[in-house]
Design a protein around this ligand. Structure first.
Ligand code: HEM
Ligand code: HEM
Length: 456
């Protein structure tokens, strides 16, 4: 029996719920980012409302982009392509829906707790214990659903996207628990230097073992389909997978090169940060060779366009990252806007663009209807692209001004007027990204619920 839009709609409850989650929190998170950026220009522009102080708003923005926007976007796609590649249905749509509901309860609790000042004060691990638990349980439900789907598969061969999706959720459930020191509910922390080491082991794994594998898994799925080319090399895809796991797990201490952690650990982190060139280039060679000669097809497909552009940003952010892990370079770039540029380049340019591409790839498949507006999706692409490039240029220059001034012995206060205009430009560029997020939300809602398009 041919699948009608209604039956397709019922089959993909989880992917749809994660898509809506991602689109909604993208809009919310960028709005909060605008407020944070406003503070850096005029520190009392919010009249010192306690709930909206910079120290509370910043972690809300960061947690929302990570756990509200990018991860759910990538998970929406994974809940579509994992069953598809395994030629089976998702183990349970009900379980999936429960995981999305719990996920959103966790994200709302994060916003409420952080804005009311309940924070454990450790970067990327600010959430208090009860919220940590909610995150862990939602992750556990996702893990259960995906693994049970793998167990009941009809397809014996596990394509590399399955490896990446499963590794991402399993390893993150573990490193999240470890990094948040969940066996110490009161502080969520160890003491002193061991705590910093553990925190950054987890902190960089958020990017290395969650966002990166989910994004690579998605690219490995979508790019061959969009280009109608077979994957260039399955062997390379496995080398890339295992080298990513081996190398990425050692590099967290590159966040602590200016801290009295044992020197051998800094050496391992620096050497392995440079060795990241291996998994990164193995992936890029594989994907770019798969896409060779098919740039026209990629340009014509909105999902391919977002995801392929994400791979280009992956190249830049990773090369930049390897260079930033060299102590001589970090003496200038650490603790200033250079790192903020790198963060947005990675989390938005690489993982965020890909997550949006994932949404646009699956939406027609999970609704049985075409995307509500290709024009709006294109507009969103260009707005976000201008935003990322603009952020990178402005924040990198601001970072170099700060870093070089401090290196020359200048005080922090005297550098602030120097970078004020860069902050104004950053806020203005932020408007492009915020607008793009609201356009995306509108397009996603119209595609899912009020779509006049013909059934595909
Ligand atoms: C309207 C758009 C946005 C604006 C105005 C904005 C602004 C900001 C600001 C002001 C900070 C704090 C920087 C500091 O402490 O100096 C920040 C941090 C951050 N933002 Fe955004 N942001 C925006 C969108 C996004 C998006 C869409 C993402 C990811 C998808 C993102 C990811 C991050 C991350 C990961 C950090 C933490 C940086 C770090 O700790 O190094 N931002 N953002
Ligand atoms: C080869 C790959 C990469 C390497 C070697 C690398 C290296 C680094 C280094 C050395 C820092 C610390 C900078 C400092 O504090 O001075 C850093 C920070 C950061 N990186 Fe990367 N990076 C890589 C890829 C990525 C990717 C793909 C993402 C995003 C998906 C990302 C997101 C971030 C973020 C958000 C921070 C800021 C952390 C903070 O708040 O201090 N990085 N990276």
């Amino acid at each position: 029996m041919a699948a009608t839009a209604d039956t397709i709609f019922d089959q993909h409850l989880t992917a749809r719920a994660f898509s809506l989650t991602s689109a909604f929190w993208f809009a919310f998170a960028t709005s909060i980012g605008m407020v944070a950026a406003g503070y850096l220009i005029a520190p009392d522009f919010m009249a010192n409302i306690p709930y909206l102080q910079f120290g509370r708003i910043r972690p809300i923005h960061v947690n929302l982009v990570l756990f509200g926007f990018v991860t759910p976007g990538l998970l929406a796609a994974a809940h579509y392509y994992v069953p598809r590649l395994l030629r089976t249905d998702l183990f349970s749509q009900k379980l999936g829906l429960m995981s999305v509901i719990l996920w959103n309860v966790a994200v709302v609790s994060a916003v409420v707790s952080l804005s009311t000042g309940h924070s454990q004060g450790r970067e990327y691990a600010e959430l208090i214990w009860p919220v940590d638990m909610l995150v862990i349980v939602s992750f556990a439900l996702v893990v259960l659903n995906l693994l049970m789907t793998v167990r009941r598969r009809k397809e014996p061969v596990l394509y590399v996207s399955i490896w990446y999706a499963c590794a991402a959720v399993i390893l993150t459930a573990l490193t999240f628990s470890l990094g948040n020191v969940i066996w110490r509910p009161d502080t969520g922390a160890l003491l002193g230097i061991p705590d910093a080491i553990l925190l950054w082991f987890y902190g960089h794994n958020v990017f290395g073992l969650l966002l990166t594998p989910l994004t690579l898994g998605l690219a490995y799925y979508v790019i061959p389909i969009v280009t109608r080319n077979p994957l260039y090399s399955h062997t390379l895809s496995l080398i890339g997978f295992w080298s990513l796991l081996v190398v990425y797990t050692h590099i967290g201490t590159h966040h602590l090169l200016q801290v009295p952690v044992p020197t051998w650990l800094k050496v391992v982190a620096t050497v392995d940060s440079v060795a990241m060139v291996i998994p990164v280039m193995v992936f890029l060679i594989n994907i770019w060779y798969t896409a060779k000669g098919k740039l026209g097809e990629i340009h014509a497909d909105i999902a391919g366009k977002f995801i392929f552009t994400g791979t280009i940003f992956y190249f830049f952010v990773s090369i930049q990252g390897s260079i930033m892990a060299l102590p001589q370079v970090q003496r200038i770039t650490h603790f200033n806007n250079w790192v903020i540029a790198h963060s947005h380049l990675g989390v938005l340019g690489f993982a965020g663009l890909s997550a949006l591409g994932g949404l646009y790839y699956i939406l027609p498949k999970i609704t049985g209807k075409p995307l509500y507006s290709r024009f709006l999706a294109d507009l969103q692409y260009w707005l976000v692209l201008i935003g990322i490039v603009g952020f990178t240029v402005v924040l990198t220059i601001a970072g170099l001004v700060q870093g070089n001034s401090w290196f020359a012995g200048e005080t922090l206060y005297r550098t602030l007027p120097e970078i004020h205009s860069y902050y104004v430009v950053r806020l203005s560029i932020g408007l492009f990204i915020a607008l793009a997020a609201y356009i995306g939300l509108y397009n996603v809602i119209r595609t899912i619920y009020f779509n006049p398009g013909e059934e595909a």
